[in-house]
Design a protein around this ligand. Structure first.
Ligand SMILES: *Cc1c(COP(=O)(O)O)cnc(C)c1O
Length: 463
């Protein structure tokens, strides 16, 4: 063994203790640190020819890189849709790397079974029937990609071909209909060989991001043959929800595939006041839910559910002599884009085991309360304008006067030490979004954010 490796192995307990102290210091600093530090990237360093061990690596990281990291695990990082990491999820993630399992196959111990238990818990959490099988993937983009890959194979079944076997060209033209699809859907269509232009944007209801079911029905009538419908349960701008039972009825009438992107919107199911937003979630043929957002497990984790595991295995099977036959319940290696995979389920297993449905419901409800309170502040401030009702966990707003992209960027910059907001365009207007999904965000944080916004709006130069 290289002497430096041997030295680190001999000192492992002590080195891990030092790492633990550093992690705790990072977490303790989260609430006070600048949310997104303004700091250029360090000068690039050359590859070390001779390493000097973990202790030096820690020192170097702490000096050069750590100060530039955002407080995205903290309570006032409201950009994109960003979760933190619950204590149990963090412990689960440490142990994931510690055990370093490759849980893709039943030839190797119980990793797969732990994922199966976790997926069953998730199914219960979101109120899904056991007609849905689930697998863990690296994020909602991958979950949408897997769901649409299954949809592609289903289209093939309808047309008497197998795109998995014969290529996407065997399918002929494909239409994927959606009201306000997330950008990752177009990316998935690109990856799957269906093409970004397969995505047809269907008109939404007036002043909404939810698809107009009547317009969708017209599009289905015009389409020549079976289509894929991508329903949205929680759009990123205004967290709008398609009418899932209505879309499922259209799916049945016109013989389509219904994929539901519920990346973070699915968490409405945990809150009795919001659960109606995701009525009909179980009707999906394939379903995408992110875990590294509102479940507050570390990156990168999401779940993909489907009613057609047989088609999933047709797409993702990885036939090799040493992996054994597919059988009725295929190993994970036959179900997702990866072959080797970390024991990704463990952090989710830990947080669900530690806090249960009630603990995670409390996180969802506290985030929704925070969004509602900030929405009320924005609506009451003279200089700001709320662009949509706060349905769940996002506040989408703009400036009341001259809402140019530059002025909104200046506003976001002015509050950047206190809160991280991301820009968007909604209804043709440049806007900002504040998305609540971190388990730490408190009512006091919301007051701080509201005060920072009020102050920044007052101080913003008139155009
Ligand atoms: C975040 C998000 C995605 C993409 O998720 P990643 O985890 O970033 O891959 C897809 N759809 C919706 C609705 C999202 O909010």
């Amino acid at each position: 063994m290289h002497p430096q490796l041997a030295a680190d192995l001999a000192a492992l307990p002590d080195l891990l203790e030092t790492t633990r102290r550093q992690a705790v210091a990072h977490l303790d600093g989260l609430a006070g640190a600048p949310v997104v530090p303004a700091r250029p990237a360090p000068e690039p360093a050359p590859l070390p020819e001779r390493g000097t061990g973990l202790r030096d690596a820690l020192r170097d990281f702490t000096a050069r890189w750590q100060p530039g990291l955002s407080a995205s695990a903290g309570p006032r990082y409201l950009g994109f849709v960003t979760g933190g990491v619950t204590p149990a999820a963090l412990a689960g993630d440490w142990l994931t790397a510690t055990a370093d399992q490759n849980s893709m196959s039943s030839l190797d111990a119980t990793g797969q079974h732990l994922e199966a238990e976790t997926v069953r818990w998730l199914r219960t959490l979101f109120g899904l029937s056991d007609a849905h099988d689930g697998t863990l993937v690296s994020g909602a983009t991958m979950s949408n990609t897997v769901g649409l890959a299954i949809a592609r194979e289903w289209l093939g079944e309808r047309r008497g071909v197998s795109p998995a076997q014969d290529g996407a060209a065997a399918l002929g033209p494909v239409r994927v209909l959606s009201g306000a699809a997330h950008s990752s859907v177009a990316k998935a269509l690109s990856v799957l060989g269906l093409g970004r232009s397969a995505l047809v944007t269907v008109p939404t209801l007036p002043d909404r991001e939810a698809v107009d079911p009547a317009a969708l029905e017209r599009a289905l009538q015009e389409a020549d043959g079976p289509c894929v419908i991508v329903a949205n349960a929680g759009t990123v701008n205004t967290v709008d929800f398609d009418d899932l039972p209505a879309l499922a009825a259209l799916r049945d009438r016109y013989g389509c595939w219904l994929h539901v992107d519920a990346a973070f919107g699915a968490f409405a199911a945990l809150s009795p006041d919001h659960a109606h937003l995701v009525d009909g979630l179980d009707l999906a043929d394939s379903l995408c839910i992110d875990l590294h957002k509102w479940l507050n497990v570390p990156y990168d984790s999401a779940v993909q559910f489907t009613r057609r595991r047989d088609l999933q295995a047709r797409v993702f099977q990885n036939a090799a002599a040493y992996l054994g036959p597919l059988g009725d319940s295929p190993d994970l290696v036959h179900l997702t884009p990866e072959n080797s995979r970390r024991l990704r389920a463990l952090s989710t297993w830990f947080t669900l085991r530690a806090y249960g449905r009630e603990g995670h419901r409390e996180i969802v409800e506290r985030c929704a309360d925070g969004a509602r309170a900030l929405g009320e502040t924005v609506a009451a401030l003279d200089g700001l304008r709320l662009l949509a009702p706060v349905r769940l966990n996002v506040v989408c707003f703009t400036l009341a006067d001259s809402p140019t992209a530059d002025r909104l960027a200046a506003l976001a910059d002015a509050v950047a030490g206190e809160v991280f907001l991301t820009p968007t365009v909604y209804a043709g207007l440049p806007a900002l979004r504040a998305a609540f999904s971190n388990w730490r965000t408190s009512a006091e944080d919301v007051r701080r954010i509201a005060a920072a916004l009020a102050e920044a709006v007052r101080a913003l130069p008139a155009r």
